[in-house]
Write a protein that binds this ligand. Structure first.
Ligand SMILES: Cc1cc2nc3c(=O)[nH]c(=O)nc-3n(C[C@H](O)[C@H](O)[C@H](O)COP(=O)(O)OP(=O)(O)OC[C@H]3O[C@@H](n4cnc5c(N)ncnc54)[C@H](O)[C@@H]3O)c2cc1C
Length: 420
């Protein structure tokens, strides 16, 4: 249990999770639910950040079903996406159809990520062994005899040291944990960046979430009820040139892909309303070293293609909890157990990143280079239109991913109430 020491605080926990994103919060929740003393450290004071991945995949919804919290979750405001389509010049094409997935929810839920994280935090706080420390930024690892023994952090209350049998880095694509641990990063490269913006929605707008390709420009407009969350794909490092051309020219570019937005683009007052996501695709060669494991984006940054980063992060969290809860309950975790998490999750990561790199090279890159209108649909898209059954394949890849995980950790609360 954490113990306070107001001068320079030191706390101990069985497991210290760095980062309160989807990976850290879900892993912390599952471990605490299994009776493990867990502390999650999050550098921000709340979960409120705009333009994060806001997709709750059928696989995640299925996990909620397994945890018995799905009904309550679905009562929170969200949208349900049953199909994914695209408009390529004058062709409108269907790409993925989630309605045949073997899950209780046959759709992707759209919900601001802070809502999802608040929900998980609420559920986790029911367990007395779950401790969440906001506004606590990890600055270094505590290494003793070559083994990671915890972390150093700073918070408004001063310096903090957490001593833990296991430290899990879930601190995202710019992970300080993986850097300080000296874990080697394999950069797979990404030829694109993404500009995110929000534009209000009008009842007369087309009512479908679509990727739009026109004359070398790519815009994904996600229907968020009252507004469109728009992602405009640009060549890697191209943001300076766009800034140089000016905001008016940028709005013209957007309107040329999605003319129905033209009037409302005046809502973009300055460049602060347009956020840059520098796309990276990478993964660690080794996800662990003695006393430390990385999961989620800190183990493998994903491209936004397919919107699967959150899915993979959560699946890693479930696999890590499944494999490590037992050993953590008994004491220290061996290096072999940590490697088992990588063995379990590396294959899905490689396959998904393989698809993303292929899509960058074969579709996105060429689509941006060739500004000529399409005369005919690319063959794979044509197949999806002729044989609708094939749309189940992208739906499975996006909705469930490769090797979906299931909750295998116990619920100590239920066990206690049964014994009581
Ligand atoms: C603009 C944007 C849009 C995206 N859209 C989608 C989408 O539609 N669908 C999808 O599936 N994925 C999407 N992604 C990717 C997705 O958000 C990530 O893959 C996913 O959030 C990874 O989860 P994570 O928990 O591993 O890391 P993160 O979500 O990055 O969480 C890491 C957490 O660690 C905290 N942290 C970082 N450093 C420290 C530190 N030193 N100390 C303490 N805390 C720290 C951060 O504040 C953060 O809360 C998008 C990403 C971005 C940036």
């Amino acid at each position: 249990m954490p113990q306070d020491n107001p001068a320079s605080e030191t706390i101990t926990a069985r497991c210290c999770l760095v980062g309160g994103g989807p990976a850290g919060m879900v892993c912390g929740f599952l471990l605490a639910r299994a009776g493990i003393d867990v502390v999650v450290l999050e550098k921000h004071s709340d979960f409120l950040r705009d333009f994060r991945g806001d997709t709750i995949h059928p696989s995640t919804l299925e996990l909620m079903y397994e945890l018995g919290i799905l009904g309550e979750f679905l009562r929170r405001p969200h949208q349900e996406l049953t199909q994914i389509g695209a408009q390529a010049d004058d062709f409108t094409v269907a790409i993925a159809d989630f309605s045949h997935l073997p899950t209780h929810c046959k759709f992707v839920g759209l919900m601001p990520q802070w809502e999802f994280l608040n929900f998980i935090a609420e559920k986790a706080k029911v367990y007395p062994r779950f401790h969440l420390r906001m506004e606590t930024e990890v600055t270094d690892l505590l290494i003793e005899n070559g083994k990671v023994a915890g972390i150093h952090a700073k918070s408004p209350r001063g310096a903090l040291e957490v001593r833990a049998d296991l430290t899990i880095g879930a601190d995202g694509r710019r992970s300080i944990v993986r850097e300080k641990a000296g874990l080697e990063v394999l950069d797979l490269g990404a030829p694109i960046d993404v500009l995110w913006m929000r534009v209000s929605r009008d009842p007369s707008d087309p009512n479908q979430t679509l990727g739009r390709f026109r004359a070398g420009k790519i815009l994904v407009a996600i229907d968020r009820g009252e507004y469109w969350q728009c992602a405009y794909v640009i060549p890697k490092g191209g943001v300076d040139a766009i800034h140089k051309r000016g905001l008016a020219s940028f709005k013209d570019e957007i309107a040329s892909v999605a003319p129905f937005l033209r009037e409302r683009l005046s809502e973009l007052k300055d460049w602060n309303d347009v956020k840059l996501l520098s796309v990276a695709v990478d993964r660690l060669r080794q996800w662990s070293r003695s006393g430390l494991l990385c999961i989620g984006d800190s183990a493998h940054a994903m491209s936004p293609i397919g919107g699967v980063g959150i899915n993979l992060a959560i699946q890693d969290a479930v696999a890590a909890a499944n494999i490590l809860a037992g050993p953590l309950a008994k004491g220290a975790v061996t290096d072999e157990r940590l490697r088992e998490v990588q063995r379990r999750r590396e294959f899905p990561t490689r396959v998904t990143q393989g698809f993303q790199v292929f899509a960058h090279k074969r579709f996105i890159g060429p689509a941006m280079r060739h500004a000529r209108p399409l005369i005919r649909l690319p063959f794979p898209l044509k197949l999806l239109q002729i044989f609708p059954i094939l749309r189940r394949i992208p739906a499975r890849l996006v909705g469930l991913g490769v090797r979906p995980e299931h909750v295998r950790t116990p619920d100590t609360k239920q066990q206690t109430s049964r014994q009581g």
